[in-house]
Write a protein that binds this ligand. Structure first.
Ligand code: COA
Length: 399
């Protein structure tokens, strides 16, 4: 039986001999072919049939041997009628599989076979275009409630996703960021980008973290909080690939202090940088007590970390905290063009270079992180901190 009787591309793709073992042939030959027949068998034009043959040649994905056999059988039935050729010998697996498929169509009329052939091709075309759309749209990785995490164009993008709360970081979100960083560290991406959804980059620690006091008491809450924070910051210190912040709006608290651990910080001109720790009876974290003086000099760091000075994007850039500031209108477009180009650079070379640059400081950074968390654990139990948080929520309730 000549394969050439089927459409050319199908014939080419029917690589049955190399794909089938004897047992598989048996499995695919037995079932009676059942095709989608929701439409009543109506006369299908020769033109539709020819069009289906052409569409089949354009399929990018291999539909699999079972479907190819169905297509072969329907094509033969539609063009030659019921199978009348002699049954091939048992050892000629390929010819026998094809003969079985054709023969199983029995006395199906040529018209009906044509209809079923066209239906089958059309279902293959539509399922391929659906799967292409799905492939092109980056999917949010499983299990994240407070983040959007996608990987596309060699970039893993972690988006703070609580825009209604200015992307304030809840306890759950701290944990999810840790998980996202762990996944990004080992996935196929070349660079990792953190940004925010909505008008804010992030408003820092969610102050509700302090109000949901568990039955185990305040001290336990402070202790657990310090352990989580230390682990969280350690994941930034140890992150092995280039880490880039795309600061899409104002940033507050820990979302600012962490910036010293990023490799590049791009900001919209709308962004501001505020670390109101003393206002809140707290103290710096994210290794900022070490990195900020290093980046901007001691006296400027003091203005930010001791006296709550809020920087504009231009100031943050001039002080070295931000790499470059972009006009708000062009921000997303320009930044992502640049990031996509970076993400085409050799992955291992980038990772190793980053690790060389950061490696020297790692031990120091871990020690700083540990110390900052110890101090904060005390601060969270202080009256100064409690009063500041109560006053935030009182102000809110008066609005
Ligand atoms: N913790 C808890 N809730 C926060 C928050 C935070 N860090 N930041 C914002 N929110 C909440 C607000 O309470 C408000 O909630 P609601 O809609 O239920 O009332 C919502 O997010 C929107 O914020 P809102 O204050 O209405 O917006 P704004 O533009 O007027 O002000 C901020 C935005 C960020 C300046 C203001 O919310 C703020 O000062 N937040 C606290 C920032 C902070 O101190 N972070 C900790 C640093 S250590």
């Amino acid at each position: 039986m000549a394969v050439a009787a089927a459409p050319v591309s199908l014939a080419r793709s029917l690589r049955l001999r190399c794909l089938f073992g004897a047992r598989t042939v048996h499995a695919i030959c037995s079932p009676v072919i059942q095709l989608h027949t929701s439409r009543a068998a109506m006369r299908i034009s020769q033109e539709d049939f020819e069009k289906a043959k052409d569409q089949l040649k354009l399929l990018k994905e291999d539909p699999g041997n079972e479907v190819k056999l169905k297509l072969y059988a329907l094509f033969k039935q539609a063009t030659e009628g019921p199978c009348s050729s002699p049954k091939p010998g048992m050892l000629d697996f390929v010819k026998k599989a094809k003969w079985d498929a054709w023969n199983s169509l029995g006395s199906l009329s040529k018209d009906n076979a044509r209809q079923k052939y066209v239906d089958l091709v059309s279902s293959l075309v539509s399922s391929e275009s659906t799967s292409q759309v799905k492939k092109n749209a980056p999917e949010n990785k499983h299990g994240y409630e407070t983040l959007q995490v996608t990987t596309t164009d060699n970039i893993t993008k972690i988006v703070f996703n609580r825009p209604g709360k200015k992307n304030a970081i809840t306890t759950q979100m701290y944990r999810e960021i840790i998980q996202a960083l762990e996944e990004a560290a080992t996935d196929d991406s070349v660079i990792t980008v953190i940004t925010g959804n909505g008008d804010y980059y992030c408003s820092g620690n969610d102050l509700n973290n302090f109000t949901n006091i568990p039955s185990s008491g305040l001290e336990k809450m402070a202790k657990d909080g310090a352990v989580l924070l230390e682990d969280f910051v350690n994941h930034f210190i140890d992150f092995p690939k280039p880490l880039i912040a795309v600061v899409n709006g104002p940033a507050v608290g820990i979302s600012v202090t962490l910036l010293g651990l990023f490799d590049i910080v791009y900001a919209t001109e709308r962004a501001t940088f505020h670390t109101p720790f003393s206002e809140l009876g707290q103290s710096p974290e994210g290794c900022s007590s070490y990195m900020f003086p290093k980046i901007m000099g001691l006296s400027k760091a003091n203005e930010m970390l001791l006296f709550n000075r809020k920087l504009t994007a231009e100031e943050a850039c001039a002080w070295g905290l931000v790499t470059e500031v972009f006009p708000d209108k062009a921000f997303q477009k320009e930044v992502w063009i640049r990031l996509k180009a970076y993400a085409n650079l050799p992955k291992n070379s980038l990772a190793l270079s980053k690790q060389l640059i950061r490696g020297v400081e790692k031990e120091t950074l871990h020690a700083v992180n540990c110390r900052e968390c110890e101090v904060l654990k005390e601060r969270w139990l202080s009256d100064e901190c409690m009063n500041a948080i109560m006053s935030f929520f009182q102000k809110k309730s008066k609005l």
